[in-house]
Design a protein around this ligand. Structure first.
Ligand code: ADP
Length: 596
């Protein structure tokens, strides 16, 4: 295609050169006839130049030659007198040929340089795309075995028969796996950013829950380093909003994580506020993460947002240097901005501002409190038959074990074709469908099952390690009901079954299982001695994230029961809100306040 494009340009450029010379000669007939033979070459220089710039060396030389021939042989037809009258006129021709050749040569050099630059740019873009696709594929390959590592470590950790020492070892395996996963996710996110494949997905969500989640996740890390993690919330911070929660969560986790990572003593403060925007219901969410850590030099404050840049030279830190680059991209994609203010040696303040829509009509039912580990199916339900279609043994083994432990009947098929067979003979209620498989992939198998009689009623959910939106769209287009991303957490699997089959599950009553020593364990009976009003108020205060209000309620609890007050104060200090809420919930209390 490239050559035919080039030849086309060439021939067109000769025609153009011919027309240009013809036009220049025509100008001399009219309106420049009165000039006679004076300033002849001045008429032809511009035409040669245009021809050379447009068509390069050949077209420039062609125009030059044609102009000379016209002048030498046809001049008398144009101005009724010959051009060459004295020998000096030959000098004029020679100078014209010389400059015409120079102009054509320089134009050609420029054209070539331009083409080379364009080709280099195209090659660089193609290489970049290939790299991004490679990274995406590789992360996909890494996520699949990691799913098995995390899943089995989780299952073993919950096994009542293991010793405390083994539990600790498993916790380390689990934590390391989680860390590896977050690194892989970073690389994958960056690949998505570079391949230009990120888009905004807005949905209503519980911002309060997100903040509780993040502080819950981070307080352990802060405690390990003896840092104080403080939540500082202004009263106008909205609890329910519509925005892209995944992107916001990534940015906040990265900022709080960094603040803890780069601070040796003192405090990390998560400050939450908002400001009204141009139209009603639209808010600018302002989240600041302040630390008392090593700080960032003025010259580095912009650089740290570039991929792979790590500026702390004193110690080798964990991390990839991608976190902030992704955070900035995520926040900007949401229409917001991220900035930093810092004093070297004193600390930094990272500030995220994103526009969100406030939602007022989500009521208390929407307040989700992580209900704790699933122990099995509630009695009085039909025997659910679940089919797993998955080729990789470590993956189906994990899922099968999880589902069987919870009390489901499970069968496994190793590829799509086998899946269709098992569907025909066993008629499962629900199918977990891997997407990439040998023999027949999950998309094709789903299409065929949907075409079988009764195949429209079975719920089919994809298990995919791909995070590209296109793959998810393909999955839904093939007729699946939903998808879960690998690696998944057990709750996601069970939530999905609840959503599509209406399955009812039993949750673990106590919440004592954990990696760190509990701060005075919270159980289902912890709060039963308190009056219901006070328990409800405590739940509301926690959900509102309003620190003074929480402190006030803790004081009132202490007045009634100093021991409980002390335990509660410790959990509050660690921002362990979810644990307290869970304990209140298992004791029969849910927050009753209308959401703000
Ligand atoms: P990573 O933390 O994986 O190295 P990031 O992109 O999140 O990557 O951060 C880039 C760099 O910015 C870090 O390596 C660190 O040098 C600097 N940095 C980020 N946050 C802070 C902070 N709160 N205090 C001091 N330096 C920071």
């Amino acid at each position: 295609m490239g050559t035919s494009g080039n030849t086309r340009v060439k021939w067109q450029s000769f025609v153009a050169a011919f027309l240009l010379i013809f036009a220049a000669a025509a100008l001399r007939i009219w309106p420049l006839k009165s000039l006679g033979s004076t300033l002849t070459w001045l008429t032809f220089y511009p035409t040669v130049m245009v021809a050379a710039i447009y068509g390069g060396l050949a077209a420039g030389l062609f125009a030059t030659g044609l102009a000379c021939l016209t002048v030498i042989f046809s001049w008398s037809l144009i101005v009724s007198e010959p051009f060459i009258r004295i020998p000096a006129d030959w000098l004029g021709v020679a100078v014209f040929v010389f400059t015409g050749t120079m102009i054509s040569g320089v134009s050609e050099a420029m054209r070539r340089a331009n083409m080379r630059a364009k080709r280099a740019q195209e090659q660089a873009e193609a290489a970049n795309l290939a790299k991004s696709v490679f990274l995406a594929n590789m992360s996909h390959e890494l996520r699949t075995p990691l799913n098995a590592i995390l899943g089995f470590a989780g299952i073993l950790r919950n096994d009542a028969g293991i010793s405390g020492e083994q539990r600790k070892t498993l916790a380390i395996i689990h934590r390391s796996g989680e860390h590896l996963l977050s690194l892989i996710n970073d690389v994958l996110d960056m690949a998505k950013v570079e391949a230009g494949r990120i888009s905004v997905e807005n949905a209503p969500f519980d911002l309060g829950e997100m903040v509780r989640d993040i502080t819950g996740l981070m307080h352990g890390r802060a405690e390990e380093k003896n840092l104080q993690l403080v939540l500082d919330q202004s009263s106008d911070f909205p609890l329910f909003v519509q925005a892209d929660d995944t992107k916001l969560r990534q940015a906040l986790i990265n900022l709080v994580g960094n603040a803890i990572k780069y601070t040796e003593r003192g405090t990390v403060t998560l400050r939450l506020g908002s400001r009204p925007m141009d139209r009603p219901g639209r808010l600018l969410l302002i989240v600041e993460v302040e630390d008392t850590g090593i700080g960032i030099a003025a010259g580095d404050r912009e650089r740290i947002f570039d991929p792979f840049v790590q500026v702390d030279r004193r110690t080798v830190r964990k991390g990839t240097g991608l976190g902030l680059a992704i955070s900035r991209k995520n926040v900007e994609t949401m229409g917001g901005r991220i900035s930093v203010d810092s004093t070297l040696g004193k600390g930094s303040i990272f500030r995220v501002e994103v526009p969100v829509d406030r939602i007022d009509d989500l009521k208390k039912d929407a307040i989700r409190i992580d209900p704790g580990r699933i122990v099995g199916l509630a009695p009085g339900q039909p025997g659910y038959r679940l089919l797993i279609v998955e080729d990789q043994e470590e993956n189906w083994l994990l899922l099968k074990r999880m589902l069987e432990d919870a009390g489901f009947q499970v069968r496994v098929a190793g590829d799509g074709a086998e899946g269709i067979e098992v569907f025909r003979t066993w008629r499962p209620h629900f199918i977990w469908m891997d997407v990439r498989m040998p023999v027949m992939d999950g998309l094709e198998a789903t299409r065929r099952i949907r075409a079988i009689e009764g195949g429209r009623d079975v719920k089919i959910v994809a298990l995919t390690a791909s995070v590209f939106k296109e793959e998810r769209d393909n999955v839904l287009a093939a007729g699946m009901d939903d998808f879960i991303r690998k690696p998944y957490r057990p709750e996601e699997i069970f939530d999905c079954l609840t959503r599509h089959l209406g399955v009812r599950l039993l949750h673990e009553e106590s919440t004592a299982a954990g990696d760190t020593e509990p701060a005075g364990a919270l159980g289902p009976d912890t709060f039963t001695g308190l009056p219901e009003g006070l328990r409800g108020e405590l739940a509301d205060a926690l959900v509102s994230l309003d620190a003074p209000r929480i402190a006030g309620t803790v004081i009132r609890v202490s007045e009634r029961n100093p021991a409980l007050g002390a335990v509660l104060a410790r959990h509050v200090e660690q921002l362990n809100y979810t644990e307290i809420l869970r304990s209140l919930r298992t004791g029969g209390i849910t927050p009753y306040e209308e959401s703000r």
